[in-house]
Design a protein around this ligand. Structure first.
Ligand code: FAD
Length: 507
């Protein structure tokens, strides 16, 4: 029998294992709805090593929803997109992103430092009194209880004491080696991509005068990536050759031949190596993301090779997708079966983004005649492949799959599953700020008091988009007079105002 300490509070509606970006985002969003949750992580502080450096404008909307949009702007810089370069660094293809264009109210491409971003998220979490973050707490096991509840065991790494806590819902945000994933019997489906890469972060006060986007060097002998992350921070990634390891590049003299093409005459004395690390990039998706009241989010559910900078973003999308549904169920506003839509919506989306990352990955690394053909013939035309250019660099990602909360029909129902633009409205506020964290009905047909009463009676907002506004044009282009927008900014259903007033869920 374990010597177990029951904490001051031994039951929470939600326990989250893992306080990386996915876990903190889920906790923050649940906290916004006042849901009590405990988040456990084995480390006292954020994981200090740089990993993610890029997020797109769709994900930026989530960052803003978390409450740190302005602060994120101060720790990030807009990027100019993606260039595929040949072995001599000649241009094969460019996917330009306009830092000033903002369908979603934010730059289309944003460069940042993950530990700095995570520190920001953790500071922000303190604004939510219903959330308790407990660091230095290693989760050691979990067991199923009656009624779908789960008992979580953890060890305080400071004093070695052992604890248990029970919860109604458990979120596994515990990263690539997820223990929660093992507990629910899920396994990763391998999408047959595994490469060892060297990741190099360098600080330099000297401007390297390089193009301000992501440079992808398509070289089957040694593919590489370069980008400026922030004013003085630069990131290189290189594929490791068989027999090589990070140790071979631990010093600046050993590293210099690899990074020299981007350095010009900058002397070693002006370069400070922050980190040289080896990572194995994988493409994997868990076969199931849920068992009963236990869900997987983030790297626990999917691994995306970082070539299009979408892995962490996928975890934030998971948190955004699940949190309002779970809050709705816990507050008794939504039926429990809305939780079935989480995997149904998120898994195909994540799978499709991994597919895009693989196309870019293969165009950088594939050898032989097939690889040469990809680079010579396909890469320069990639911007013409429908959906690819917009998704690789203009960040319009695929619509969510149909289901109870994405009611897509033929004809004018086509908007369902896609994001409502975060347009400026005639109230002087953008959509996300105006619509808040509930449902909204947006309409080009002037509502009568009865429509308004019905929508507002369900806790939703009714917004009239006057002729000539961005939202009115968006609805006109889709051939529909109105749409229901969910709390995660996704269109649930398009159709006539009268029909939508009756269909908007009470939340
Ligand atoms: C080199 C590199 C570059 C990348 N570039 C990008 C990019 O540009 N853009 C992008 O979007 N993504 C990128 N990614 C991916 C991104 O870093 C990850 O997808 C993201 O960190 C995953 O977040 P997460 O919260 O799911 O998991 P993690 O960040 O792995 O967090 C999991 C947390 O769970 C905790 N934990 C695990 N097990 C336990 C346990 N038993 N008990 C208690 N706590 C536990 C861990 O301590 C950790 O804090 C990159 C990754 C790499 C390696």
């Amino acid at each position: 029998m374990e010597d177990v300490v029951m904490g001051a509070q031994n039951h929470y509606p939600v326990v989250i294992v893992g306080a990386g970006p996915a876990g903190i985002a889920a906790a923050t969003l649940l906290g916004q709805y006042g849901i009590e949750c405990l988040i456990l992580d084995r480390w006292a502080d954020v994981y200090p090593q740089p990993r993610a450096v890029h997020l797109d404008d769709e994900v930026y909307r989530i960052v803003e929803r978390l409450g740190v949009g302005e602060e994120f702007a101060s720790i990030s810089r807009p990027g100019l997109g993606l260039r595929l370069l040949d072995t001599t660094r000649g241009l094969l293809a460019e996917f330009h992103r306009d830092p000033t264009r903002s369908r979603h109210g934010h730059p289309e491409s944003n460069m940042f430092d993950q530990p700095e971003f995570e520190a920001l998220l953790r500071r922000n979490l303190k604004r939510h009194p219903s959330v308790t973050l407990r660091g230095d707490s290693e989760v050691t096991g979990m067991s199923d209880l009656a009624g779908g509840r789960t008992r979580v065991s953890f060890t305080d790494r400071g004093d070695g004491s052992q604890h248990v806590v029970d919860c109604d819902y458990l979120l596994g945000c515990d990263g690539a080696n997820s223990m929660v994933r093992r507990h629910i019997g899920a396994t990763m489906r391998d999408l047959r991509f595994e490469q060892r890469w060297l990741v190099v972060d360098v600080d330099s006060a000297v401007d390297l005068h390089q193009w301000g986007g992501v440079h992808q060097l398509c070289d089957p002998r040694r593919a590489g990536t370069f980008m400026q992350v922030k004013d003085s921070r630069y990131r290189w990634e290189f594929r490791l050759l068989p027999g090589e390891s990070a140790g071979d590049f631990a010093t600046l003299p050993a590293l210099r031949p690899l990074i020299a093409p981007w350095l010009g005459a900058v002397p070693d004395a002006d370069l400070r190596v922050i980190r040289v690390a080896e990572y194995t990039f994988r493409a994997q998706v868990a076969d199931r993301w849920r068992r009963g009241n236990i869900f997987l989010l983030g790297d626990a559910a999917h691994l995306t090779p970082p070539f299009i900078g979408q892995g962490m973003g996928a975890g934030l999308r998971d948190a955004m997708n699940l949190s309002w549904k779970l809050a709705g169920v816990l507050r008794g506003r939504l039926p429990r079966d809305v939780l079935d839509t989480y995997q149904k919506e998120r898994k195909p989306h994540a799978r499709s983004m991994i597919g895009l990352a693989l196309i870019v990955g293969y165009s950088m690394t594939a050898g032989g005649r097939a690889g040469a053909a990809v680079r010579r013939v396909i890469a320069p035309r990639m911007h013409r492949i429908p959906g690819l250019a917009t998704t690789v660099t203009a960040s319009g990602t695929p619509p969510l799959s149909r289901g109870a909360l994405v009611q897509r029909r033929f004809g004018r129902g086509q908007l369902a599953g896609s994001l409502c633009p975060n347009a400026m409205t005639d109230t002087g506020r953008r959509v996300d700020s105006l619509f808040g964290n509930g449902f909204a009905v947006v309409t080009t047909v002037e509502p009568d008091p009865g429509d308004r009463a019905m929508v507002e009676g369900r806790g939703a907002l009714l917004h009239y988009a006057a002729p000539g506004t961005v939202l009115a044009d968006w609805l006109h282009r889709a051939g529909t007079p109105a749409a229901i927008v969910r709390p995660d900014h996704t269109v649930m259903r398009a159709g006539s105002l009268r029909e939508l007033c009756r269909a908007v869920p009470a939340f």
